[in-house]
Every structure is written in structure tokens, then in C-alpha cells.
Design a protein around this ligand. Structure first.
Ligand code: EPZ
Length: 421
């Protein structure tokens, strides 16, 4: 199994450019199934999850050409099957975001039911609630969920999301673009990735209003056409590199980041005494100016503090003076990285969805696991300031969501390497 070895690297310095957002490009690629015309998605990061999504599109019958760097050309002129490939679906939960487009385009979709993952059960009840509201019939058999539109196709309706689920909002949004009449999604997710998806869909001819707010209005249209669209930068990657400057007390210019997408991270870093400056090209972070201190974190749906930055931020909090409290309100089991950080001397305690980080620790190297993609990034951050070498296994998690992460850290002066068995 491949591993990443990280040595104490001292303060990181320099600049790093953020890639396209993983959590945007996956629904954008799924949206290309809504039309038989050619779609071009630009700024696509080279990630394992993106590769799986492209294989998923091909499995439905789309032609996918990604010969050029970061530009993916998709033409789903005909859909050969509406059944998701079990291996691909099992490999990547986010493949469920193909349900909405296929249901809208073909009137039916069949998806293998998925188990949970390390951070939680990951149910799709809100996705299915939305499809039912649009008139779809849902049955389950032999571990598959079968969703079929009514006799007159999908019909617009008002849908209230009990939780502002990102995936459910994306799936319902895409399904509603071709439904008859108007759909309203209440308590919708407001993440930048939702806005990015709505912008592509509107370029394709959809009629979507107020994406990015908690009430999205969609007026169904007859058909959608092709479009060209660039992916927004990855706000979670941006936050990860901002934290790399903070935890190593270095100075890093995170370029191609959109400050408006990372406001909670900027605020919390400033509360800890980190210097943060918005520049014309991104965000400049200097962790060297003051003694850094504790701050409390509570993860919430956007625009609250992002759950995906919770574990990297916890690694940082282990190194500052004073005790911090981290509350995880989005996923039910997203503290798997605590055990790994404690192997390095962080001395964190947890109770239910709350963790107490005593802070002021001198971390030491250890053999640790990447328990999910963001926890893997947290292990790299901790390893940068730990004495002795930190050996991170199960790094396939990390490579699902961070493009060229080892070379990007090396470019900032980090001492780390990937080793294959
Ligand atoms: C997206 O997952 C992201 N993934 C996640 O990023 C991110 O952590 C999450 O949104 C929250 O911001 C992608 O975009 C591919 P949710 P998603 O539906 O859509 C519950 C990463 O590291 N829920 O907003 O699956 C669910 O159990 C990944 O890049 C239901 O109960 O997130 C969870 O507790 C990790 N029923 C909460 O809502 C449903 O039908 C948030 O889930 C759907 C969700």
C-alpha cells in the first residue's frame, strides 16, 4: 500500500495555486447527462473521484474525451442504460448525483443502494423525498433503488428539505430543470458548489432563480442544450493550505482562492492570531506574527464553518496555546482522525459530537491512517510540525480529493514524499 512520509518541515513559505473544486466538478459532470448536446467543463482537477465520475458517464453511454489538460468534453447523445454500475457506485458515494439527471432525461434511474462510509450513514432519504414530490415512484429490490417518473413525466412541486443536504439539493435541482411547471426547493443547501451547478444549468437553458439562497425556484423547460463552463476553485483545498501556513507558522499565498467562499476559515484563523490578507490573486496567510491561541469551532451547513475543514483545523488547534472545543453538527461520525492525532500526542478527548483539544502540544511522529480524505490532509499538517517522521497509510483517501498534494506541499518547502510498497 502506498504511504506518505512527512518530516518536520519548519515554517512553510511561498505560493500555491488551488485547483478546481472536487465537490463542484462531480455534479457538473453529472449535469452533462441532461442533454444530448456537447458539454465542455474546464478547470477539471485530476482526481480519483473525477476519474470514477467520467467512467460512470461512459457506463451510461456518454462519450467522454479528456485529452486536454483539465478540459473534459462530454456528449451524452444517447443513454444506453439507466442503471448505475455497482462497482463504480460502491467506489464513490457521490455517484448518486447522477440520479437526478437520468430521472429527468429518461424518466427512470436504478441505483445500487450504498452502505455508509467512515464519516456516517450517508442516507439518501431527502433525495428520494424530492423525487417523490416531483411525482416519481420509488421501489427497492435486491439492494437497488428504482425511481420512475409518473405517466406524464416529472411535475414541479414545492419541496422542503429537512436538512439542507448538498447532494439532495443538487439532485432535485437537476431533476426539476426538465419537470413540467415550477419547482421550489425550501431549506436548500447554499454552498458555492450549488451556485456553480445552477450557473452551468442556466447556460444549458434551464430557468433557475436564487441558487445560493435557501429557496431555489426552477421553471421546467422542454430540453437543455450543451454549454461550456469553468469549475470554481476548491474552497476546501484553499482552507487546507491556509492552515498549512498557520500550523507551521509560515507565510503562504494561496492563489486562485475565492475569499468569499472561505469566510468562516478566515475569521477563525484571525481569532487564533493568524494574519490573513485578501490579495488580488487570492489569500495571504502569515502564521508567524503572534503567539497563536485557542478558538472554538462549530461545523454547520454553508455559510457556517465547513465540516470538511474540521479535521485539518483540529490538527492546527493541537499546536496553539489554550484549550479549544470542536463541535461537529453535520456528520454523525467525523472524529475518526482524533485517534490518529492522539497517536502523535495531541491528547484530544471526545464525547458524542464534541471534541476538546487541550492545545500547546509538541506533536511527535507516528504511524497514522487517513480515515477520510480531509482527515488525511490533517495528518499531513500534523506531520509537518511533528518531531520524527509521520507515516500516513490509506492515502488513496487523500488522492480522491487533492490534486498533486505532495508536489504542492513540496513547493512550499515541506519535507514529505510518497512511497509505494
Ligand atoms: C457533500 O456531501 C460533500 N461531497 C461532502 O464533502 C461535504 O462534507 C458535505 O456535502 C457537507 O458539506 C460532495 O459534494 C461530493 P449532505 P453530501 O447531503 O452531499 C445527511 C469531502 O470531504 N443527509 O449535505 O453527501 C447526511 O447523513 C466530502 O469532500 C440525510 O440525512 O452531504 C449528513 O449527516 C465529505 N439524508 C448531512 O445530511 C439525505 O438524504 C450532510 O449531508 C442526505 C443527507
Amino acid at each position: 500500500m502506498a504511504r506518505i512520509l512527512v518530516n518536520n518541515s519548519g515554517p512553510l513559505n511561498g505560493e500555491v495555486t488551488v485547483s478546481g473544486a472536487k465537490n463542484s466538478v462531480l455534479p457538473l459532470l453529472a449535469a452533462t447527462l441532461l442533454t444530448e448536446d456537447n458539454c465542455i467543463i474546464e478547470g477539471v482537477p485530476s482526481l480519483a473521484d473525477v476519474h470514477i465520475m467520467k467512467e460512470m458517464l461512459k457506463s451510461f453511454g456518454a462519450e467522454v474525451d479528456d485529452s486536454e489538460d483539465g478540459i473534459v468534453n462530454v456528449k451524452a447523445s444517447e443513454i444506453l442504460t439507466v442503471e448505475g454500475n455497482p462497482e463504480l457506485v460502491q467506489e464513490m458515494r457521490a455517484s448518486t448525483v447522477a440520479m437526478g439527471p437520468l430521472l429527468a432525461r429518461c424518466g427512470k434511474v436504478v441505483m445500487p443502494m450504498q452502505g455508509g462510509c467512515t464519516i456516517g450513514k450517508r442516507p439518501i432519504d431527502l433525495h428520494l423525498k424530492g423525487f417523490r414530490s416531483l411525482g416519481a415512484k420509488i421501489t427497492e429490490e435486491e439492494g437497488r433503488v428504482i425511481i420512475e417518473a409518473g405517466p406524464e413525466g416529472l411535475v414541479g412541486d414545492a419541496i422542503y428539505l429537512d436538512f439542507p443536504s448538498v447532494g439532495a439539493t443538487e439532485n432535485i435541482l437537476m431533476a426539476a430543470t426538465l419537470a413540467k411547471g415550477t419547482t421550489i426547493i425550501e431549506n436548500a443547501a447554499k454552498e458555492p458548489e450549488i451556485v456553480d451547478l445552477a450557473n452551468l444549468l442556466n447556460k444549458m437553458g434551464a430557468k433557475i432563480k436564487s441558487a445560493g439562497t435557501d429557496l431555489i425556484r426552477i421553471e421546467g423547460v422542454e430540453r437543455l442544450s450543451g454549454a461550456v463552463h469553468g469549475v470554481i476553485p476548491d474552497r476546501i483545498e484553499a482552507g487546507t493550505f491556509m492552515l498549512a501556513a498557520a500550523i507551521t507558522r509560515g507565510k503562504v499565498h494561496v492563489k486562485n482562492a475565492i475569499p468569499g467562499h472561505v469566510r468562516p476559515i478566515i475569521s477563525k484563523l484571525k481569532e487564533s492570531g493568524v494574519y490573513v490578507e485578501i490579495t488580488d490573486e487570492g489569500i495571504y496567510v502569515d502564521g508567524s506574527r503572534e503567539e497563536l491561541v485557542a478558538t472554538d469551532i462549530k461545523t454547520l451547513p454553508y455559510p457556517g464553518f465547513p465540516t470538511d475543514i474540521q479535521s485539518p483545523f483540529m490538527a492546527f488547534l493541537a499546536t496553539v496555546q489554550g484549550s479549544s472545543v470542536v463541535r461537529e453538527t453535520v456528520f454523525e461520525n467525523r472524529f475518526m482522525h482524533v485517534v490518529e492525532l492522539n497517536r502523535m500526542g495531541a491528547d484530544i478527548t471526545t464525547e458524542n459530537r464534541e471534541a476538546v483539544i487541550p492545545g500547546g502540544k509538541k506533536l511527535h511522529g507516528a504511524k497514522v491512517r487517513a480515515t477520510d480524505l480531509r482527515a488525511g490532509a490533517a495528518m499531513i499538517l500534523a506531520g509537518l510540525v511533528a518531531s520524527e517522521t509521520t507515516e500516513i497509510s490509506e492515502i488513496y483517501h487523500i488522492e480522491r480529493g487533492y490534486e498533486d498534494i505532495v508536489s504542492k506541499f513540496k513547493g512550499l518547502g515541506a519535507d514529505l514524499m510518497k512511497v509505494e510498497d
